[in-house]
Design a binder for this molecule. Sequence first.
Ligand code: F0G
Length: 428
Amino acid sequence: MQPSLACFNAACHARFDINEVIYNCPKCGGLLEARYDFSNIDATALKRTWRERRMSNAPLEQSGVWRYRELFPFLDNYADVVTLREGNTPLLQSSRAAEYGGLRSITFKHQGFNPTGSFKDNGMTAGNAQARRLGMKRVACVSTGNTSASMAAYASAGGLEPLIFIPNGNISYGKLAQALEYGAKTFQVDANFDQILALVRVLTERLGIYLLNSINPFRIEGQKSIVIEMMDQRDWKAPDWIVLPGGNLGNVSAFGKGLRELHALGFVDRLPKLAVVQAAGASPFYEYMRDRGEFHPQVHPETLATAIKIGDPVSWPKAQFEIETTHGVVESVTEQEIADAKAVIGHSGIGCEPASAATLAGIRKLKLDRDADVVAVLTGNVLKDPDYIYRYHTGQLTAPDGTAIKPTFGNAPIIVPNDAEQITALLK
Ligand code: F0G
């Protein structure tokens, strides 16, 4: 069986050629996913091969994504791959964060160590490889920051032209700077993420540009490597919980698919539960899973965690399936809870961006079993929103509704005269 694209909708399940340029099922409009024949997979042999590849100097083996390519074999020629040595992100422990989250121990899988500073690199290396394989010249995305920086880097590295659409004034300066530096043609649009995604879908279709938002099934294939690498680093011992922030819900879809495949193929002996955490001001998926009934997009999502400021997440049907399959949960956390959790992760010497800190805030709120084995995925780098950090520590951070955020763990700089005596007195 050749790799194919399949409709995710259980009532349809139509199949399409892997090289069709489609992002939704042409028959029913459902989401698409890549499918493979895994009948020749030998988990024991592959675990050994993947370990051996870590010793290699070959670019493909050094990539923490492509090292695991047997579990997403959609390419027929690996010359299409552009790698910046993405993945290879560490597992980090913090007793301070564990205590804050009500746990005996906690492990962070820190995707902020990626080349452009977020987990998007795991998906973009795969999405750009497919773009090159299809002979595309231009790629496009809407982004609140990380996606654009990542797409710009991978497209430019691979000789494609990156086109980026961002919500005017709602993107972190550092991320915009990266996109510009990596050579992306950048459009600032007076609309929010969800509205611009609709716009970009029209433009990409009209102009034959390849769309690299997480609706693209090859992005999802690349992001599966986050959980594959995580299990490899844990010597294939599945944790009880994997916790991650949720925005457009592509990442939880990727984690769920990756975990199901690892389990079905005998790499791990059980499925971890997935916990998705949303910001209270942008929590349509949380509300849907709590109330059931219809899915209602949020028209005016608001949160300082701009990465997850999304009101109409495209991948919610996949996310629902993965949460239910793993017996997981969805939680929502306030701006104050995100800010405090972020400071705790920072004071652990680890640090992350606001969206990523929703994980620890969610863990604290969920009151998980104190002995649970928990991996929280920090999706982005601490340097994404330096202005947010400075404001928090100096008591100047306010939530979108105008509420002041308390600097519970504030660490303001101390202004001192150039005087050894006075500074000595302060330090005694
Ligand atoms: N964490 C970070 C750091 C992100 O940048 C994003 C998404 C998410 C979490 C949410 O992941 O959408 O797969 O549920 N950022 C997108 C962007 C929207 O444009 O960079 P998701």
